[in-house]
Design a protein around this ligand. Structure first.
Ligand code: ADP
Length: 448
């Protein structure tokens, strides 16, 4: 099976067990090498000491050679002088150790006798004689191989333990992922308010769950906004449709003269007009949301732009006998998309005319802010906007005074469009207004 098909739990377990087994193997091999070296070294020193003792006894007290086995425990040796055998122990002869005799001067070697015993054998040579000695290493060998057996059995045991422990641990460590997956499976568009469980917010899974939860919060907000937008849009669309229907129904109830019919058609056209503006605004915001309206940057002279927008709407101000004044004293330049900015300014100025009572005054001026940024201000002497509404006034369909705004034909989208138009030009809108003290909207744009 390819490792990609294994679960993370299985992969973690295998890695854990594999690495642990490797460590145990290396450790066991190290122990064996060390113990083996120590055994061989001990044996060689033992043979070396025996040879020194035999050499001394042979040269100083040759009669004592027989007593060496009983008194010093040196039971395996042989002495040759001028090619003739001078002395060999019984054990040496029994094990036939002469066959194992290494070349003189060579390091000691291990040799296996016919009786199955192993011996460590070494020889030294004088001018006319040679002495060879051996020690039985069988019991040490047995102990060593027993150790090999124990360690060899321990490795699979350790591997088994590592697999079981690793599987258990991986299960515990990964359990938050399972809980997150179970919860995530339950979350639908209707239950976006629910959140994934966060065990420990400091660990990796906790951070992952927190990031998912933040994403869910944003999705929740977007869904909520979308739902509100759809509900508000339907409501706004229904109002003019209902008005047209009732006007039409009343007109059909009884025959009317020509003038009355003209009035009916006129008021229906007014509603159609309102509908058209609403649909245009909705389309505008939808395009803005989808990113279809891409601003193009160029250097724009703001006083000229403000004058142009004011001239366009002057007829509305004149209708209400309002004084609309554009301060053309300064020359202010900004880098922005003139068409999009124009749309934003148009909405602000249109609002100023709409909400300022007849005979009021509206001032439009382009100027640099205290920090040197280009800006356009629209100031009116209208009813003002209470501070409580400032935070939400740029939201879609939000009206500070619903009754008054609806009467004036507003759907609560003008400031939302203005806000988008300015933000799309990397600028911001500031509002300074108090109830019954007029309003000042300031568009602040990036400079050149
Ligand atoms: P509307 O289409 O209702 O005018 P806007 O988004 O343009 O929607 O404005 C939102 C609300 O802000 C309006 O309903 C109105 O209450 C308030 N408003 C906007 N501009 C002004 C202004 N110049 N003076 C007073 N109130 C304003």
């Amino acid at each position: 099976m390819r490792s990609g098909r294994l679960s993370i739990r299985a992969r973690l377990t295998l890695w854990h067990a594999g690495v642990l087994t490797l460590i145990v193997c290396v450790f066991a091999a190290g122990i064996l090498l060390f113990v083996h070296a120590r055994i061989v070294d001990g044996l060689d020193r033992h043979v070396g000491r025996a040879l020194t003792t035999i050499d001394w006894v042979y040269h100083h007290e040759p009669d004592e050679l027989q007593d060496l086995a009983s008194e010093s425990g040196i039971a395996l040796f042989r002495i040759i002088e001028h090619g003739d055998l001078v002395y060999q122990t019984e054990g040496w002869q029994r094990a036939n150790l002469s066959r194992a005799l290494p070349d003189q001067g060579r390091p000691p070697e291990s040799w296996k006798a016919n009786d199955g015993h192993h011996y460590r054998v070494q020889a030294i040579a004088g001018p006319s004689y040679s002495i060879a000695a051996a020690v039985d290493e069988s019991s040490l060998r047995e102990t060593f191989w027993m150790l090999v057996g124990i360690l060899a059995m321990g490795v699979p045991f350790a591997a088994g333990l590592a697999i079981a422990g690793g599987y258990f641990l991986a299960g515990r460590v990964l359990s938050p992922v399972g809980a997150m997956a179970d919860k995530a499976r339950e979350i639908t568009g209707d239950s976006l308010g629910e959140r994934l469980p966060v065990g420990n917010p400091q660990d990796e899974f906790g951070r992952l769950a927190t990031v998912f939860n933040d994403t869910l919060s944003r999705l929740h907000d977007s869904f909520d906004r979308l739902r509100r937008f759809t509900a508000d849009a339907s409501h706004e669309l229904r109002t003019p449709l209902t008005a047209m229907r009732s006007v039409g129904e009343i007109a059909l109830q009884a025959p009317l003269d020509q003038g009355k019919y003209r009035d009916v058609i006129g008021s229906m056209l007014e509603e159609v007009d309102r509908l058209t503006r609403l649909v245009d605004s909705l389309l505008m915001l939808t395009r803005a949301d989808s990113g279809a309206a891409r601003p193009e940057r160029e250097v724009v002279e703001l006083t000229a732009l403000a004058g142009n927008v004011a001239e366009h709407l002057r007829v509305l101000a004149d209708e209400k006998q309002q004084r609309l004044r554009v301060d053309a004293s300064a020359r202010v330049e900004a880098v922005c998309d003139p068409a999009i900015l124009r749309l934003g300014l148009m909405n602000l100025l249109h609002n100023a005319i709409k909400y300022t009572p007849p005979g009021g005054a509206i001032d439009v001026r382009a100027k640099a802010t205290a920090s040197g940024q280009p800006s356009i201000e629209v100031q009116d002497t209208g009813p003002g906007i209470p501070a409580a509404h400032h935070k939400r006034i740029f939201e879609r369909f939000y009206r500070a005074d619903p009754g008054r705004a609806r009467d004036s034909g507003g759907a609560g989208l003008g400031l939302a469009i203005a806000h988008w138009a300015v933000a799309a030009n990397s600028g911001r809108i500031e509002l300074e207004s108090e109830e019954s003290k007029g309003s000042l909207f300031r568009i602040v744009l990036p400079g050149r």
